[in-house]
Write a protein that binds this ligand. Structure first.
Ligand code: GRF
Length: 227
């Protein structure tokens, strides 16, 4: 895992170049555009695994370059991942954010951005990884739902947790009702995690690399001042 300071130090106060990967509606992308874009970060590209989705329109409306990497256009997943990784590197990305990206990324892609791929997931991981997380949680009968932002590893929603937030919904039975409750959590938690990354505020506990440490605002200020 690359050191966070190494990834941000040469940018010295410049916005961190970020690529966002999407597959659908793009409400989390919109939250990033309205919060960290043009401030702590610059979204230098948005790539979708699906053509014609709303997320691409949101990016275009914000003047952000877009690209589509559909599964059928490539011989296999690793060929698609290689093209996607090359595109992201050419854009100058230092962080890749999965915002509703409905595809797995192989180790080849992840190795191009060590410790610099993050994802937002609509459950309190490690509960309910993978597809239809809210439906899984409802089927289990939980009373507390939530959102996780985590680093991405080669598994399914299994990387180290950066931030989590919960909401109590003891009467919930409808996925749309839960999604409506989780949306505001996602839209604040993902930009916050991206901001912390861009500020160099995230590191790993030496004794337990699963544990992501978030440095205090004072330490972050000192870190930036010191380059
Ligand atoms: C979100 O619920 C996110 O947690 C999940 O996919 C959904 C994407 O929504 N990974 P949107 O495209 O950002 O609106």
């Amino acid at each position: 895992m690359a050191d966070r300071d190494e990834q941000t130090s040469d940018l010295a106060g410049q916005p961190l170049p970020v690529v966002v990967l999407v597959s659908g509606t793009g409400t989390n992308l919109q939250a990033l555009i309205e919060t960290v874009h043009g401030h702590e970060t610059q979204i230098v590209g948005v790539a979708s695994s699906v053509a014609g989705v709303r997320a691409l329109e949101r990016a275009a409306a914000a003047g952000i370059p877009t690209a589509v990497f559909e599964r059928d256009a490539f011989a296999d997943r690793s060929t698609r991942d290689a093209a996607l990784g090359q595109w992201a590197l050419e854009r100058g990305a230092r962080l890749v954010v999965l915002a509703g990206y409905m595809e797995l990324l192989g180790t080849q892609f992840l190795d191009s951005f060590p410790g610099a791929v993050i994802n937002v997931h609509p459950s309190l991981l490690p509960s309910f990884p993978g597809l239809r997380a809210i439906e899984q949680a409802l089927a289990y009968g939980v009373k507390v739902f939530g959102v996780t932002v985590h680093f991405v590893d080669a598994g399914v929603d299994s990387g180290p947790v950066i931030l989590q937030r919960a909401v109590q919904l003891p009467q919930a039975s409808d996925p749309d009702e839960v999604l409506t409750a989780l949306r505001p959590l996602e839209h604040s938690l993902l930009p916050e995690a991206v901001r912390l990354f861009a500020q160099g505020a995230l590191s790993f506990d030496r004794d337990n690399p699963r544990r992501v440490l978030v440095s205090s605002p004072v330490a972050r200020t000192a870190g930036r001042a010191g380059g």
